[in-house]
Design a protein. Structure first.
Length: 104
């Protein structure tokens, strides 16, 4: 518990110190939201990769449990199909991110 409070106090101190250092000057205040588009693109890629990784992990876990319960079960084809569909969602997230970056 003592380590956690120490780490949290260091994190708060770093956030308070970095605030003036990252303050925008007047020249960069007229960027018309380009920073937000970049942030949205990064979030699109990150969240889709996170969701895809969690989905693939759960799919593999369920397939291995099914094989463990019934070794003669044929779960390979549905598992690979499910993994391909999950991966396609990650690719859609990447396409959205590239489209957002194209708006810069």
């Amino acid at each position: 518990m003592k380590k956690l409070s120490f780490i949290l106090s260091i994190a708060v101190a770093m956030l308070l110190i970095s605030n003036p250092a990252l303050a925008a000057d007047t020249a960069s205040a007229t960027d018309n939201g380009r920073g937000m588009i970049g942030l949205a693109a990064g979030l699109a890629i990150g969240l889709s990769a996170l969701g895809g990784a969690l989905g693939q992990g759960n799919t593999a876990k369920a397939a291995l449990e099914a094989i463990g319960r019934n070794p003669s079960a044929s779960v390979l084809v549905p598992m690979v199909l499910g993994l391909a569909l999950i991966e396609s969602l990650v690719i859609y997230g990447m396409v959205i991110a590239f489209q957002l970056i194209g708006q810069l």
